[in-house]
Design a binder for this molecule. Structure first.
Ligand code: NDP
Ligand code: MG
Length: 383
């Protein structure tokens, strides 16, 4: 029996993780955490019987407590609750399916408690990879990528060391606006941006995919996960989303992982690594597919990608500013307070305004996040 804890169980990755649990009788859920979706959490508790469950807000946690008063489950709330669930003694693997930098502290605590991490929450690695990767080494725990591209790279690497990598080929679908001009992007509405051609995901990451900020975050994620320099990570636009990413080795051999776009595969792979389990679902039919195509990304139109490389090169606290500014800007766009192109404009402005802190600790990372939030709030109120 493998026992797992899921932070963000009611979201896109969280619910797909629970589908994987349904398909594998030897997986057991011991802890579940969500933000405010009390009803969904109640249903999950009744189906999966965790030992502990939590809501971010105290009010929601009280509501949940009343709803499940007939069950033997501990209810927690806030950061304290997240930390308790991340380090729950019974759990072996923590699935980080929460959105944003709120995942940093629970991830660190879980590593220190000796838990392997099935990592979906890329924002944590982008902003605190310099802390998390050495810590995982120190505690001898595995960071198993859930992000489909990184899982593809991990599967392609198959244990070969970083010094055998010549290049990482990181694929991107290009999103719904592939080939568009900036003039056309200026008129994009929320509904247009939420329509991803190949993947069904949470709202924030769907917008990030359309701006290529998601790919920018993934470049930084790959750098930490696989220990390669930025200039060895090449982004390829591959609109069919069949080749999920690849590794080019020092002898020129390229190993890639392909499959239909379905997050359950990387989730299951992370949960059972190094075992590969059977899984029902779609299969690629190359005859129907006909062709796979590849294009260069357009970093002038999609400047979120260009800014990601800038943030990564600046290093230190700059990736935090990139990430936090994007998070706020995407929130403002979803609330229809700013136009689509203002997302990357605000990221660039926030980065321009920031003075980099080298090797930031968790407190300094969170301070840079706060500073960025305040900067963006100030910019918007002046508009
Ligand atoms: P969703 O928005 O669908 O889900 C987010 C989850 O986090 C929800 O369960 C939400 O709860 C919970 N949550 C939010 N805030 C808090 C909080 N303060 N405390 C506890 N729980 C909280 O996001 P996704 O599943 O799309 O993404 C999750 C992570 O995985 C992100 O980092 C994303 O970049 C990454 N990822 C996602 C992919 C995908 O296909 N979706 C692919 C690759 C990576 P509630 O429902 O109550 O709000
Ligand atoms: Mg991805």
């Amino acid at each position: 029996m493998k026992k797992i804890a899921i932070l963000g169980s009611t979201g896109s990755i969280g619910t797909q993780t629970l589908e994987v649990v349904r398909g594998n009788a030897d997986l057991q859920v011991v802890a579940l955490a969500a933000g405010s979706s009390v009803e969904k959490m109640e249903a999950q508790i009744r189906e999966f019987h965790p030992e502990i469950a939590g809501m971010w807000g105290e009010k929601e946690a009280r509501d949940l407590q009343e709803r499940v008063a007939d069950l033997d489950v501990k209810i927690a709330s806030g950061m304290e609750g997240l930390l308790e669930m991340a380090t729950w003694p019974e759990s072996q693997v923590l699935v980080t399916a929460i959105v944003g930098m709120i995942g940093i502290r629970p991830t660190i605590a879980a590593i220190q408690a000796g838990k392997d991490i099935a990592l979906a929450n890329k924002e944590t690695l982008v902003t605190a990879g310099h802390i998390i990767i050495p810590l995982a080494k120190k505690y001898g725990v595995s960071i198993l990528p859930v992000d489909s591209e990184h899982s593809a790279i991990f599967q392609s690497l198959n244990g070969e060391p970083a010094d055998k990598i010549e290049k990482i080929l990181l694929t991107a679908s290009g999103g719904p606006f592939r080939g568009w001009t900036r003039e056309a992007l200026a008129h994009v509405q929320v509904e247009d941006a939420l329509r991803h051609p190949n993947w069904s995901m949470g709202r924030k990451i769907t917008i990030d995919s359309s701006t290529l900020v998601n790919k920018g975050l993934e470049v930084m994620e790959a750098r930490w996960l696989f220990g390669v320099e930025l200039d060895r990570i090449q982004v390829l636009v591959h609109p069919q989303s069949i080749l999920h990413s690849a590794v080019q080795f020092v002898d020129g051999a390229i190993m890639a992982q392909m499959g239909v776009p379905d997050m359950k595969l990387p989730i299951q792979y992370a949960l059972f690594y190094p075992d590969r389990r059977s899984m029902a679902g779609g299969r690629v039919d190359f005859f129907t597919l006909g062709q796979m195509t590849f294009e260069k990304p357009d970093p002038d139109t999609f400047d979120g990608l260009r800014l990601a490389y800038e943030a990564a090169r600046a290093g230190g606290s700059m990736p935090t500013v990139y990430n936090a500014a994007n998070e706020r800007a995407v929130g403002l766009f979803l609330d229809r307070k700013i136009a689509y192109l203002q997302i990357s404009e605000l990221i660039g402005e926030a980065m321009g305004h920031h003075r980099v802190v080298r090797e930031p600790g968790v407190e300094e990372i969170l301070a840079a996040e706060q500073e960025t939030y305040e900067y963006i709030a100030g910019r918007i109120s002046r508009k």
